[in-house]
Design a protein around this ligand. Structure first.
Ligand SMILES: [Zn+2]
Length: 465
């Protein structure tokens, strides 16, 4: 067997790993690269492998850095099945439609400006037609149920506890009585996260492909620190009539944030203030959450069955129309605007940032991981001038980070995950991390388990397993 890494290798985005077993080729994830525009553009337009030779795709979860290039497969005439859980299928369909729409809007907006400057035009990677044709290839699987990919290959999906429907994927190739099993961790969540169940313990495997987003970090912020920060933010906004802009993934993070804020209001720790969820995607995603109670932890399951709607309140407004979204720009504070995309790479949040970032009373609260070269990363690094829609804008708004809201396992969780595999795998590939994170985790794994062959694969590299 061979494995090649066509994305999320020494970087976080563009998760694409290709497994070859005899004449069968299986693609794990088909994500979009995000970050430096030119480089990502190149990697998104060329997948790096022969699409027509791929027999099947196994998708770990709906996040666009794992699913966002799927429509390119359809564009290149891929005819196989794309396996995923039912919740992932619903969320991915929604995300891809939205991604096609954002690409169209962003390229129209940018091209208008670039045309004026006489620069070259950008075209979207795919359109809604490509999205529809890849959705037709979706085939849903249940957690823990064995599926047959080919006569010699079977696979199982395990709950990764990262976002709704997220999975770690196990597959086994058997040939002449000899078998090799591979476990792809996908993105791993954390224990005790709202809404979702904890990640399932890993099954036995010979080869592990392990994410390392937070391979060198430990999440120190507990719930108490987060609540204290949230109280201070809201007090600041109420005192200075300011806006709090929260760029957030429309799926998962937004629903969690709403639940946290509601809890703070209900326990009288903060006074209610207008909260705008400015993302049609987030409203639709919330509906998908309601359709998949099989993915909830016990507490959330009970809330959903006991109460009318845990995501609604008088002071929370889901914004749909563009007019209403634009009206928020001129609206005085205090208010909270939660809007996508999470790394500020596209979507309505860019317009809110453009209007709010120059006012020193405002706050930009960053709640998720910000990949290198994204606008979100520049904000978290507190750049004084940030590029928005290709124009430099001076930043005076305050930046606040909420690390405790991360949907990713930290270094200790990742090391625990490997320890739980019994017997230990013989090979580990550390992926889905920037170099510092991946190398740091790999070093810790080699120290602890000298018998395991640990590799941090390079982009485009192929390895025998
Ligand atoms: Zn993810």
């Amino acid at each position: 067997m061979k494995i090649s890494f066509y994305g999320a290798a020494r970087s976080v985005t563009g998760s694409r790993h290709l497994i070859e077993a005899g004449s069968t080729q299986i693609l794990l994830d088909c994500g979009m690269f995000q970050g430096r525009r030119q480089q990502s553009d190149h990697l998104n337009r060329r997948l790096g492998f022969d699409v027509q030779r791929v027999n099947a795709v196994l998708l770990s979860h709906a996040h666009i850095d794992h699913s966002g290039a799927l429509p390119i497969l359809a564009k290149e005439k891929f005819k196989g099945p794309v396996y995923m859980t039912s919740a992932t299928a619903d969320l991915t369909s929604l995300m891809l439609q939205d991604s096609a729409r954002i690409q169209k809007n962003d390229s129209t907006y940018i091209n208008k400006k670039e045309n004026r400057r006489g620069n070259r035009r950008l075209s979207p990677y795919y359109d809604t037609k490509d999205v529809r044709s890849i959705i037709q290839r979706f085939s849903t699987v249940r957690y823990g149920k064995t599926i047959r990919i080919s006569p010699r290959i079977k696979a199982e999906f395990y709950d990764a506890g990262h976002i709704l429907g997220s999975s770690s994927i196990w597959l086994k190739h058997t040939h002449h009585g000899h078998s090799v099993s591979v476990l792809f961790s996908g993105d791993l969540g954390r224990t005790n996260m709202p809404i979702l169940r904890d990640p399932e313990p890993p099954p036995t495997c010979d080869v592990l492909i392990l994410e390392s987003t937070y391979g060198d970090r430990i999440h120190e912020e507990g719930n108490d620190v987060m609540k204290q920060k949230a109280r201070e933010l809201v007090a600041h906004a109420q005192q200075h009539q300011s806006k709090i802009i929260v760029p957030a993934f429309a799926i998962g993070r937004t629903q969690e944030l709403v639940m946290h804020i509601k809890e703070l209001v209900q326990s009288h720790e903060i006074d209610p203030l207008p909260i705008f969820i400015d993302s049609p995607l987030a409203s639709k995603a919330t509906d998908i959450f309601r359709r998949h109670p099989e993915c909830f932890d016990q507490k959330t399951y009970k809330t959903f069955t006991d109460q009318a709607d845990p995501f609604a309140a008088k002071y929370i407004r889901y914004v749909s129309s563009v007019q209403e979204s634009q009206a928020l720009n001129n609206m005085p504070g205090p208010c909270v605007i939660i809007s996508a995309s999470g790394m500020c790479e596209g979507g309505r949040v860019l317009h809110h940032l453009k209007h709010a970032v120059q006012d020193e009373r405002n706050i930009i609260a960053l709640v998720g991981f910000q990949a290198e070269h994204t606008l979100g990363r520049k904000l978290i690094e507190e750049w004084e001038t940030v590029p928005i829609f290709g124009r430099p804008i001076s930043r005076r708004a305050k930046i606040v980070r909420f690390n405790g809201l991360s949907a990713h396992a930290d270094r200790n969780d990742l090391l625990d995950y490997v320890r739980a595999i019994d017997p230990l795998p013989s090979q580990i590939f550390v992926v889905h991390g920037e170099e510092r994170q991946s190398f740091s985790l790999a070093a810790a794994l080699r120290d602890e388990h000298p018998t395991i062959d640990v590799t941090v694969p390079e982009l485009g590299s192929t390895h025998r397993i």
